[in-house]
Design a protein around this ligand. Structure first.
Ligand SMILES: [Fe+2]
Length: 496
């Protein structure tokens, strides 16, 4: 086995763990609230093999599907590789065959033309099925009970798009899943596919449109009336890829854009509205209609948050000097040529969550991760190389901010939200915290930590966890997660 590089993509919480396992009855401190019955699925990129190139990035690791299963106050843990075509080919060869992140021109000739997707970004639940997704390919269906890979998902051959976003949006009232795929026709294709799957999981609409430039569209938003595609100037280039270079390079000199179309309308009705120059967003919090106005809340930064995408664009801004914060874009759709008004609304941070019932609607609160400067230096790891160390609860209606820190040197992962059965209770958040094994920050060694899952009252995060679930393991950083209730698991398409 070749050694792993010692860059930020392979140390700290990015240390490759490469273990498939199951543990029954994890140690629980405190009491798990009775409302928490179901599964917290997590997407964990973890390299099965050392990479072909030493400058490889954390986003280029094999997807693993992990599950914390909550059953009558007990918690079990399981994690397995998603058996993508790529994973199986490399498993057979006992080495990496696929080269740089999203660059097929750097692959071993033996895998030419093979699907490169890693299914490592978000577990998505819709219409009784669990999928693992990554935006450069189609989703893989996962058996939610055994975590076995069931196969690639194309809606019974109906889906034309070669890609499927890691950030679909499910309407809480209609049960429809709105989703898209960019580079829909293949590498560097400017086409975006916009699709709707009905509440039963049938693909009922797919239409294609061209984006202003071929950028990474990581997330999008819906309202009750519109589908909204915010687009930021991180661009790909076929010639650069053919020369073995990076897929993405940020452009500080180009405008951002918002494409808005009626969500049940035609792609030809899309209106393109110019946004600020040089900014970057990976995640939108939510959007909603307010009469003719549309409000879009985004985790905005002044440049791209990924160092390797900045460097590819010749941008030399250290991570800690990136500005930005939670930002609201408001657009008056009654105008013939709508414009965008921007206002800062909350502290900087990313990985936002809302209650599923609030999707595309006015919402009381969002929860997202941030950096508490009083918390000491961050634990290395995570997709951008430095982990968050604080959880924020933010109310967009009145600007109220609450914060929950973690112990010095600890890292916090994106939470999931579990609804409460009581109408006056905001529910619960579940989040994995990586706790350094040495309490003294000066003695801490990156990668030497124990992962535990915290259960937090979503309406009172400042009070800290009401229960902690100890894994006894150092888990590799997750990207996104999803909560699936016991009722939904019991009614899954694939049976236990
Ligand atoms: Fe994401």
């Amino acid at each position: 086995m070749t050694a792993f590089p010692q860059s930020i993509h392979f140390i700290g919480t990015n240390t490759p763990r490469r273990v498939e396992l199951s543990i029954r009855n994890l140690l629980v401190e405190g009491e798990i609230p009775a409302a928490i019955e179901g599964a917290f699925f997590r997407a964990v990129p973890d390299n099965a093999h050392a990479p072909m190139f030493d400058d490889d990035v954390a986003l280029n690791a094999d997807g693993m599907i992990a599950r914390f299963n909550f059953e009558r106050g007990a918690v079990d843990y399981d994690i397995r590789y998603v058996e993508t075509e790529r994973y199986l080919a490399e498993k057979a060869a006992r080495r990496a065959l696929f080269g740089r992140y999203r660059n097929p021109f750097t692959d071993d000739p033996s895998v030419e033309g093979m699907d490169r997707t890693l299914a490592n970004t978000t577990p998505v639940w819709h219409a009784g099925r669990l999928f693992m997704t990554k935006e450069d390919g189609r989703a893989y269906e996962i058996d939610p009970h055994s975590l076995a890979t069931a196969g690639k998902w194309d809606y019974d051959g109906k889906l034309r798009s070669e890609t499927f976003t890691a950030h679909p949006r499910v309407d809480p009232v209609t049960g429809e899943m709105f989703f898209f795929g960019y580079e829909a026709g293949g590498l560097c294709d400017p086409n975006v596919a916009f699709c709707i799957a009905d509440a039963d999981g049938n693909l009922i609409k797919e239409q294609w449109f061209e984006q202003p430039y071929v950028s990474t569209i990581h997330d999008f938003v819906i309202t009750e009336k519109y589908a909204i595609f915010p687009i930021f100037p991180t661009l790909t280039d076929l010639e650069r890829l053919k020369a073995g270079g990076p897929h993405w390079a940020h452009r500080q000199d180009l405008e951002s854009w918002v494409g808005i179309m009626p969500r049940y309308g035609k792609a030809g009705e899309i209106k393109w509205i110019k946004g600020p120059v040089g900014v970057s967003v990976f995640h939108e919090v939510n959007a909603y209609d307010d009469g003719d106005l549309v409000h879009i809340d985004l985790c905005l930064s002044t440049t791209n948050a990924f160092a390797f995408m900045r460097e590819a664009g010749g941008i030399n801004v250290p991570q800690q000097e990136i500005g930005g914060g939670l930002t609201r874009w408001t657009i008056d759709m009654s105008k013939d040529e709508p414009t965008l008004e921007e206002k800062p609304i909350g502290p900087p941070g990313d990985l936002p969550r809302i209650a599923d019932k609030d999707q595309g609607r006015p919402y009381r609160a969002t929860w997202y991760l941030s950096m508490n400067p009083q918390g000491g230096p961050p634990m290395p790891g995570g997709p951008v190389g430095a982990n968050f160390n604080a959880l924020i609860r933010f109310e967009p209606g009145n600007g109220r901010v609450e914060l929950m820190g973690v112990p010095p040197g600890a890292a916090i992962s994106e939470p999931v939200h579990v609804p409460s059965v009581q109408p006056d209770h905001e529910g619960w958040l579940l989040s994995v915290i990586d706790m350094p094994n040495h309490p003294d920050p000066s003695q801490q060694i990156p990668g030497d930590y124990s992962s535990e899952l915290w259960v937090v009252d979503a309406g009172n995060i400042a009070a800290g966890p009401v229960a902690k679930v100890k894994t006894g393991l150092a888990l590799r950083s997750q990207v996104h997660g999803s909560w699936v209730s016991r009722e939904r698991l019991n009614n899954s398409a694939l049976k236990a």
